[in-house]
Ligand binder design. Structure first.
Ligand code: ZN
Length: 253
């Protein structure tokens, strides 16, 4: 699960204060990317529900702009795994849609009717005789801002203050706050300070799939994109994808 942290400048009446009572001039907004994914999933689910009996091509025409819009909007704050997860959930939703339409046919039959093979991808949601196909979230490249890499953290070095403040935030787990404090605001993979708007994710140094424990000495806080890079190397040796606590590996593609 990832968190993005934004510090929005606010007026002095709404500004955060540090422990000494000094105004910080910023208000911290912590947004769990999972909540954004859930909202998107619900919106897509409702659309599919409303289009139970339209032709597949109509459904695709309605879904594509939503997928394109959402992925473009979040391409700088989510990680690849969020897009993979969105595709997995969408696949389940469409499978239910397909099976609902043909209650007397087998699951295999509806898969063959609504999903085609293009290149090495056996799960392209498209009608057999039309060029139209459903977009995949994962096709959208993750965009990283090129930022001036300051030698200061936006959290001002006051780790006790920040961790206590984040720890109280209803949506920020104590784990993130504790790790941020332990790592003095730096990503354990690339060594750079987390910056405003960065996605942070908790990683297991030794993957759980390889017997790593879910304890503080085995946890580290990484940028979302650093986590993707690290997880890719974790999986080279065993070829079994690590299943994160919050990442149900439903991916059929
Ligand atoms: Zn990093």
């Amino acid at each position: 699960m990832g968190f993005t942290i934004r510090q929005l400048p606010v007026g002095k009446c709404h500004s955060g204060k540090n422990r000494g009572g000094t105004l910080l001039g910023f208000k911290t907004i912590i947004t769990p990317s999972k909540a954004k994914l859930n909202a998107h999933t619900q919106k897509v689910g409702q659309l599919i529900e409303r289009h139970k009996s339209v032709p597949q091509s109509d459904l695709i025409t309605h879904l594509n702009p939503i997928i394109r819009g959402w992925t473009n909007y979040y391409a700088s704050v989510v990680s690849k795994r969020i897009f993979n997860k969105a595709d997995s959930i969408l696949f389940s939703q469409l499978k239910a849609w397909a099976e609902h339409r043909h209650p007397n046919k087998s699951s295999q039959w509806s898969c063959q009717k609504y999903w085609q093979t293009i290149g090495s991808d056996n799960w392209v949601f498209k009608p057999k005789n039309l060029g139209l196909r459903l977009l995949k979230h994962r096709e959208t490249p993750i965009v990283r801002h090129t930022k001036v890499q300051g030698n200061r953290s936006p959290f001002d070095g006051d780790w006790v203050y920040w961790s206590s403040r984040m720890g109280k935030h209803p949506e920020a787990p104590t784990r993130v706050a504790t790790l941020l404090k332990m790592q003095k605001g730096k990503c354990a993979y690339c060594g750079l300070f987390f910056q405003d708007g960065d996605l942070m994710e908790i990683d297991h140094k030794i993957p759980r799939s390889k017997g790593g424990k879910d304890s503080y000495d085995n946890r580290q806080l990484l940028h979302g994109h650093c986590h993707d890079a690290k997880t890719a190397t974790d999986n080279v040796a065993v070829r079994v994808p690590e299943i994160d606590e919050d990442y149900l590996n439903l991916n059929p593609f």
